[in-house]
Design a protein around this ligand. Sequence first.
Ligand SMILES: Nc1ncnc2c1ncn2[C@@H]1O[C@H](COP(=O)(O)OP(=O)(O)OP(=O)(O)O)[C@@H](O)[C@H]1O
Ligand SMILES: [Mg+2]
Length: 321
Amino acid sequence: MSLLEVKDLTISFPDKTGSEIAVNELNFSMETGDILGIVGESGSGKSVTSLAIMGLTNPNTKIEADKLVFDGHDLLSLSEREFMKIRGRLMSMVFQEPMSSLNPLVPVGRQIEEVLETHSDETDRKPKVIAIMKEVGLPRAEELYHQLPYELSGGMLQRILIAMAMIMQPKLMIADEPTTALDVTVQAQILRLMKRLNTQYQTAILFVSHDIAVIRDICKQVMVLYLGYIMEAGPVEEIIRRPKNPYTLGLLKSIPRPQLKDQPLYTIPGRVPTLNERPTGCPFHTRCFKAQDRCRHELPPLVETGDFKLRCFYPVGEDER
Ligand SMILES: Nc1ncnc2c1ncn2[C@@H]1O[C@H](COP(=O)(O)OP(=O)(O)OP(=O)(O)O)[C@@H](O)[C@H]1O
Ligand SMILES: [Mg+2]
């Protein structure tokens, strides 16, 4: 049995005029200790997928799936009470903006301790909090324990959030753009920390980013999403070396490369349509350099070959990369 099994997950927002579908029949699974990346531009459905797994979507969200099972729990049938027993203990989440995830009026150490209070009977909690603060690389943990969020730098706050997410040694941690707000050196440190925690505790990580270069740093497997559809998925190194979906190629070409510093940076033409502008056929055809008539009318199926999944009628050829 997989740690997380997602089968035909569809997420939509029903309103008076119909239903806007944000995620379409998403399929993936994760095993203990896996690090899986989800990459895609804004609006591709990365966050709603993460929130659906955590049971944190707001009430206007409709979640349907053939299977949404985590560690033997059927997430579709859990009550909020039952979810609260799992969240923080078996699975946890780290968000992009640490400041908005923390209470500005409560010392950071106390906020980590509250996770322990909720999930364990332990009475001697402070030493455990200090230990995890040191573990995530926070200096002077004893003093820092008493400080308020505004007194810490962005990188330190992100470490606090990771400490909160890791203190119960969960089986799964979902990180939604955890390093996007940080500068590159701090970003690299945070990625290293997450990798170390993954090895040490075998915590699986679902890592969400719009940046495929960051995904490459931390993940072995990646799933490329566009407008709620998996466009391509598989081992990250292979996909970076030989992208088959024109969308993946576009994402890769948009990464700044120092050796090409005299050339203007590539950007994928056009912009991501909103949910109610979604085109018929392949969701990417309006921006795709390979689109043919068929792509405008027919949704390409997601074809699985070994470790790889690809949704495309006209994959990128060797000479087009
Ligand atoms: N509560 C909601 N009600 C209606 N539409 C929503 C709601 N939450 C998200 N959406 C829509 O669902 C789509 C997917 O949103 P999501 O936040 O998952 O994107 P994302 O991939 O995380 O993007 P970003 O990179 O900007 O964080 C978007 O079009 C968004 O506008
Ligand atoms: Mg998001």
